[in-house]
Structures are given as structure tokens and as C-alpha cells.
Design a protein around this ligand. Structure first.
Ligand code: PLP
Length: 349
């Protein structure tokens, strides 16, 4: 088995004989058949594409490995990105692997601890701006015009190409494209990438159909749903706290071409889905990831889907990125004296 997305999907990626074979063995993530949640929701065929098992814990690795390999090929010395956290973690790791410098611009105080830890320990130069992700991206876009830095945000087309490999994996695992794909939408690079991937695989004869794409934004950060940028996006799901998505138009096109929808889910619905995935399926994902399942519940409740479809929900990142949130929601355990009787009394045994 070839390891890493560049080796595995070479024919579908913009790689040449001169592209370095960079990899941290990203991709090849599990497509997990739902049991208890499928039953709860009345959906016989539901799967989770669990991207938390990627090397840095999110799907961002798929696009980053291609973007950094292409930056190396082009002779770049440094990569730069704006990030809500996972892009910076992936950029820092792959730059370290490649021997490049990484600069990451993040909104100060709005990055989950695990993601910041990753960027720090991989040796990225971190700039924490007093502003939003959208501010960070605007600054980075100007910096790349003035300095020889390779941009590795998802507006870099190589990122989108790399992320499309998740669609290939789903088709390869199921033997065809699913009927419906549900996923969270932030900067909208991933919904764009999945659509490109499904279309390409379909054209290549690897799938008989293309899925309908159901994208979900957080209600406090739902510019595509509202049809206008959101000045001060707000949601517990930091990875999709974005008010002016870079791939807005392409996401709308993916929605319309696929016959899908882009809708909003509330923070409460996201947290419920996050808990359900952990308690009923044994899958610990990020809050933002749970927007896909929150959205599926909404789609079923509103009759947008009838449940007979073969459905895949993308779980974009690992819950351990942000343990503080899980502990806050779960409630820290009370201390108990170190005696058997005390433990029995506590447990009610
Ligand atoms: C980046 C990210 C998203 C949003 O993806 P976009 O491509 O920005 O729409 C969702 N979940 C997680 C965990 C992410 O890291």
C-alpha cells in the first residue's frame, strides 16, 4: 500500500517528476459505519469520514502536503498562512518536515490550545493579531505581494487539489459515491475540494454518480446562508468562525451543481451532536466537525432528506485539539477520598 496522498493519488494531483515525495502518511482515514446514531436518526446507511486520524489531527494535512511539496518544488524558502488553528498546525508540521520556515498569522486568543501547541512546537513563527481570521487572511494576502512567501491558505489551488483526495477515498471505500455528503463550512475550501474530487472521479469512471453536498455553517458565522459577510462572526466552533469565506462563490456553485444545500446550525445543535458522537459512537471530534451531524439531524427533521439515502458525514478534526472544551462541557470530576467505601458511596454501588 502506497502511503500518503501524493503517492496514492498521484494521477489525480498536480505533481510532476520534480515534485518532492513529501509525506507524513496523511490520508487513508477511516470511513466508520454508524451504528447507534444511525438507529437514533433512522438512517440505515450512515458513515463518518473521520479526518481526526490525519498526522496533525485534521483534514488540512491533505492539502498542506501538496501545497508544501509544490512550494519546495518552486524553490520557496518560507510558507505563510492565516489560520483559525488547524491550517497553522498543518503548515508548521509539513514545513518542519520539508525544512522550510513557516509563518502563521492567527486571531489572538481565538485558537484552541492544542492547535497553538502544534504550531509552537513545530517551530512556526506565530503572529497573533488583535482581530478576526478574516483580518489575518487580508494581511497575509498583502504580505505575499510584497515578500517572497508561498501562501498555503486554501486559496492556494494545490490545497484544494490535495483535499479532494478525501472524496477519492470515500468512493474507493464504498465502491461508488454516496448519495449525500454532509460537512461543516468555514472558509469553504473543503466543500469546494470535495466537489472537485467527486466530479473528477465521476468523469474518470470511478463513480457512477455524484453526491448532493450539504454544507453547514454555524448560525453566528453563516455568511453564505445570509448572503452577506458577517462582520463579527461568533460561534463555539472556532474552526468555522469565519465571516467572509475565501471560496464563497465556489461553495455556492458546489451547492447548486450538486443539488445540495448550505444551511446554518446553532451552537446548541453543534454541541449536542459533538456529545452524541462521543457518547453514542465513541468518536471524539472537534466542535466544528460536529456541525455535519447537527446539520444532518436538521436536514432529516425538515424533510430535506428522507433517511433512505446513503449518507457520509465528514468529521473534519480530532476532539483532542481542544480538551478544555470537552472538560468544560463534561464537568470536571469531584475529588473522592482514597478509600474503597468512599468510591462505592460515590458510585452508588
Ligand atoms: C478548516 C476546518 C473546517 C472548515 O473547512 P473550510 O475548508 O474552511 O470550510 C472545519 N473543521 C475543521 C476541524 C477545520 O480545521
Amino acid at each position: 500500500m502506497k502511503t500518503g496522498v501524493i503517492a496514492r493519488y498521484r494521477d489525480f494531483l498536480p505533481v510532476t517528476d520534480h515534485t518532492p515525495p513529501l509525506t507524513l502518511n496523511e490520508g487513508d482515514t477511516p470511513l466508520i459505519r454508524s451504528r447507534r446514531l444511525a438507529e437514533l436518526l433512522g438512517v440505515p446507511e450512515l458513515y463518518f469520514k473521520y479526518e481526526g486520524t490525519n498526522p496533525t489531527g485534521s483534514f488540512k494535512d491533505r492539502g498542506m502536503v501538496v501545497a508544501v511539496a509544490k512550494a519546495l518544488e518552486a524553490g520557496s524558502r518560507a510558507v505563510i498562512c492565516a489560520s483559525t488553528g488547524n491550517t497553522s498546525a498543518a503548515a508548521a508540521a509539513y514545513a518542519a518536515r520539508a525544512g522550510l520556515e513557516a509563518i502563521v498569522v492567527i486571531p489572538r486568543g481565538k485558537i484552541a490550545g492544542g492547535k497553538l501547541a502544534q504550531a509552537l512546537i513545530h517551530g512556526a513563527r506565530i503572529v497573533a493579531v488583535d482581530g478576526s481570521f478574516d483580518d489575518a487572511l487580508r494581511i497575509v494576502r498583502t504580505l505575499i505581494e510584497r515578500h517572497p512567501l508561498a501562501l498555503v491558505n486554501s486559496i492556494n489551488p494545490h490545497r484544494i487539489e490535495g483535499q479532494a483526495t478525501a472524496a477519492y477515498e470515500i468512493v474507493d471505500a464504498l465502491g461508488d459515491a454516496p448519495d449525500v455528503l454532509c460537512l461543516p463550512v468555514g472558509n469553504a475550501g473543503n466543500i469546494t475540494a470535495y466537489w472537485e474530487g467527486f466530479k473528477r472521479y465521476h468523469r474518470a469512471g470511478r463513480a457512477s454518480q455524484r453526491p448532493r453536498l450539504f454544507g453547514f455553517q454555524a448560525a453566528g458565522a453563516a455568511p453564505i446562508v445570509l448572503g452577506r459577510p458577517v462582520e463579527r462572526p461568533s460561534t463555539v466552533a472556532t474552526a468555522i468562525r469565519i465571516g467572509n469565506p475565501a471560496s464563497w462563490q465556489r461553495a455556492v456553485r458546489a451547492r447548486d451543481e450538486s443539488g445540495g444545500r448550505i444551511e446554518a446550525v446553532t451552537d446548541e445543535e453543534i454541541v449536542d451532536a459533538y456529545r452524541l458522537l462521543a457518547s453514542h459512537e465513541g468518536i471524539f471530534c472537534e466542535l466544528a466537525s460536529a456541525a455535519s451531524v447537527a446539520g444532518l439531524r436538521k436536514a432529516l427533521a425538515n424533510g430535506w432528506l428522507d433517511g433512505s439515502e446513503r449518507i457520509v458525514c465528514v468529521l473534519t478534526g480530532h476532539g483532542l485539539k481542544d480538551p478544555d472544551t470537552a472538560i468544560r462541557l463534561g464537568g470536571r470530576p469531584e475529588p473522592v477520598p482514597p478509600r474503597v467505601e468512599a468510591v462505592e458511596a460515590y458510585l452508588g454501588l
